[in-house]
Design a binder for this molecule. Structure first.
Ligand SMILES: [Zn+2]
Length: 386
């Protein structure tokens, strides 16, 4: 498994390209990797063919192809043998590590043996995590950062929501009432965003933001950015129209990719702090467009269905003591599916209907009789609308 992941990644780098990010020391200890290179090229060091060059994210020299993965993986496979078996020459751990840094992997993944696999798109971007939990949540956190931390001399001191705007923001939340078929209701984004699930974020972007962020609550420089981000995220989560042609889809994919790129460029121009240039933002820009060209709409690879299925599995088997929870879950699922398709002959017509069809027919038979004794007569107090 380790090698499977290592195939595509390099220390401090993106899984899908050779771009070298820079590390920044944290307050306290450790360091975090930050990805820039949207408006200004960043100098590259580790990879021989790019060493000494300055490149921007998405440059052709940074792209990895299937052949790239296979050749780099095979080189490392051979080095691994030299390190542990000494054939044909013995090498040291340090030499191995240096080569790993060069090639971006530590060996060849087993998937390379499958003739139909294209290693450059073996892993898809998990848009739920990268866009919703990453880019969108970072943006909201940034506009709502604590007013106490802001010094007037900061270059981005104006890019924060004012106290007055925050009050209006919170007040608007009070008016949001959703119908019961909507799903998760609105939870105040200022107070509860730390407990937001993927679906909450998606609902916020698709629906609530248009009211909550309406008008002038956001700092002026961030307003256009916010709407462009919302429309990009919507592109990556909504299924495409069924009658769309490939050409039309590619135009939409390009437009979304350009919008996301413009969003990031604008962030750099506005001199927002380094912590906004995360790996999440990078992988969305570096990879999503190519992925959509290779595999089709990113909405088809969303992590939402998997997450939802996991929740169902947890509710079903979470409190059970079991040696094989997955077997219990599968049995339960099969039982549920089977009971949904049970059929029984209708006594009146003899037609066979599944449980769900029977239920539908029963509900369709429902008729309201406003003449019944428990309804008030028209004009009386508390006339009940049936
Ligand atoms: Zn990348």
């Amino acid at each position: 498994m380790g090698r499977l992941r290592d195939q595509n990644s390099r220390v401090g780098s993106c899984t899908w390209c050779l771009f070298e990010a820079h590390t920044e020391a944290n307050v306290g200890r450790g360091a975090t990797v930050r990805f820039r290179g949207y408006t200004q090229a960043v100098s590259q060091h580790f990879v021989k063919r790019n060493a000494g060059k300055s490149l921007k994210v998405g440059a052709r020299a940074l792209k990895k192809t299937h052949r790239h993965f296979v050749s780099a993986g095979s080189v490392m496979q051979a080095m691994y043998r030299m390190l542990h078996l000494g054939t044909p020459h013995k090498i040291t751990q340090k030499q191995f590590d240096e080569a790993a840094l060069q090639t971006g992997c530590k060996g060849l993944t087993a998937f390379a043996a499958l003739p139909y696999v294209d290693l450059s798109c073996l892993f898809t971007v998990s848009t739920g995590h990268a866009l919703l939990f990453g880019v969108v949540s970072d943006f909201v956190d940034y506009t709502l950062r604590s007013l106490k931390d802001i010094k007037p001399a900061d270059p981005d001191a104006k890019l924060v929501m004012s106290r007055e705007a925050r009050q209006r923001f919170a007040a608007r939340g009070q008016f949001l009432v959703m119908t019961s078929d909507f799903g998760r209701r609105y939870k105040c984004i200022m107070q509860y965003r730390k407990s937001y699930r993927m679906e909450d974020w998606l609902h916020f972007v698709e629906t609530f933001s248009s009211y909550i962020f309406k008008g002038d609550v956001l700092p002026e420089a961030l307003r256009a950015l916010c709407w462009s981000l919302c429309s990009t995220v919507t592109h990556y989560f909504w299924p495409r129209p069924p009658d769309e042609t490939r050409e039309q889809f590619l135009v939409a994919a390009k437009a979304a990719a350009c919008k996301l790129r413009a969003y990031t460029t604008r962030l750099e121009e506005l001199e927002v702090p380094d912590y906004m240039f995360t790996v999440n933002l990078h992988i969305c820009i570096c990879r999503l467009y190519d992925q959509e060209c290779q595999l089709g709409s990113a909405a088809g690879f969303s992590d939402l269905p998997v997450e939802r299925m996991m929740q169902q599995m947890k509710t079903q088997g979470g409190r059970m003591v079991s040696q094989a929870p997955e077997k219990h879950y599968t049995q339960w699922l099969c039982l549920m599916r089977a009971s949904e398709s049970l059929t029984e002959a209708d006594p009146a017509t003899g037609a066979k209907h599944t449980t769900n069809q029977q239920l539908e027919r029963m509900l369709a038979r429902r008729a309201v009789n406003t003449e019944a004794a428990w309804f008030d007569k028209p004009g009386a107090n508390g006339y009940l609308l049936g």
